[in-house]
Design a protein around this ligand. Structure first.
Ligand code: FMN
Length: 299
């Protein structure tokens, strides 16, 4: 019962989790969230260790087991790169919906089952930004994803995209990339793609290199992250941490200053008894469940 947040009609509680290596532990965690009032659960089928170059494939097996074990709608997340993946995931796991992040950033037409020319979506995106302005770093990050494959070919424009300081400057780089692609197309009229990569100017997934290939990539010119971070000059915090700091200027990211919590013997999560229990939680039965650390509950 969703009894810790007031009347059900006023607040929907949805959760998103990663999986544990063990399927049964993941299922128990999902059931615990359902019992606590979660009304829709998204399961990212990777463990907390599967990040960056260690991402690897998401486990739909875990997601399927969760879907079978709970009555609330489940969304699957991970390994969704094209419309066929969406269909296969719905069929194989029985989930009610899917979520895609990186795949959708590389091809925003993913859910339409199209792979348009990159400039088509880049121009549409830039029109939206002109209508609804946002920080330049967001625009740059989007275009780095969209133009990813073309920027491997036109490295100097990758550097330019990282450096320009205005929206129109970014739009000019995008326009130049478009012209170069169109010139290439007119030179290669009728040519077939060669090698592993289809034409680089088509919206398509980016398959993250494994740890070995990743280290080779780093050994080359400056990493993409370094280029993306040039805007900030002396930037030290990641973009996500900067956003968190904007919301809470007193937040510290120094691990040595973080409060240390004793771990629960049963679940490994921080013990609930370390700090006083907030009033709202005192009224809820949740406080007695050692498997639900207070630090994971947002009010
Ligand atoms: C730009 C970006 C921002 C993200 N922000 C969040 C976030 O705020 N909260 C969250 O739970 N996951 C966030 N994620 C993770 C995604 O929701 C998703 O779980 C992860 O990327 C795996 O899905 P994918 O294989 O489709 O990319 C973000 C991912 C990306 C690429």
């Amino acid at each position: 019962k969703n009894d810790f947040a007031g009347p059900r009609e006023t607040l929907s509680v949805t959760c998103k989790i990663r999986v544990f290596p063990e399927i049964d532990k993941t299922v128990r965690y999902a059931q615990m969230l359902e019992k606590a009032g979660c009304q829709l659960l998204t399961v990212h089928g990777r463990t907390k260790e599967q990040k960056g170059p260690l991402s690897g494939a998401a486990s739909w097996e875990h997601i399927k087991a969760v879907r079978k074990a709970v009555a609330i709608p489940v969304f699957a997340n991970g390994n969704i790169q094209c419309l066929q993946d969406v269909e296969r995931c719905l069929r194989d796991t029985g989930v009610q919906g899917v979520m895609s992040a990186e795949g959708n950033l590389h091809n925003p037409a993913l859910f339409e089952g199209r792979s348009p020319a990159v400039w088509e979506l880049a121009e549409e995106y830039l029109d939206i930004v002109r209508e609804h302005p946002c920080p330049l770093s967001y625009v740059r990050a989007h275009l780095f994803k969209l133009w990813h494959h073309t920027l491997q070919v036109h490295q100097e424009l990758r550097e330019e995209l990282a450096k320009v300081k205005t929206l129109e400057g970014i739009a000019a780089v995008s326009q130049e990339l478009k012209l170069r692609c169109q010139e290439e197309i007119s030179r290669q009229e009728g040519a077939k793609p060669t090698g592993d990569l289809p034409f680089h100017w088509i919206c398509q997934p980016y398959i993250r290199p494994g740890p070995r290939e990743g280290s080779k990539e780093k050994a080359g010119a400056r990493s993409k992250r370094a280029l993306e971070e040039e805007e900030g000059g002396t930037e030290v915090l990641s973009k996500n941490k900067q956003k968190k700091q904007l919301r809470n200027p007193h937040k510290t990211f120094d691990p040595s200053l973080k409060p240390k919590y004793a771990k629960c013997d049963q679940c490994g999560n921080p013990k609930m008894c370390v700090q006083p229990v907030p009033r709202l939680l005192q009224e809820a039965s949740l406080q007695r469940d050692c498997r639900l650390p207070r630090s994971r509950i947002a009010f």
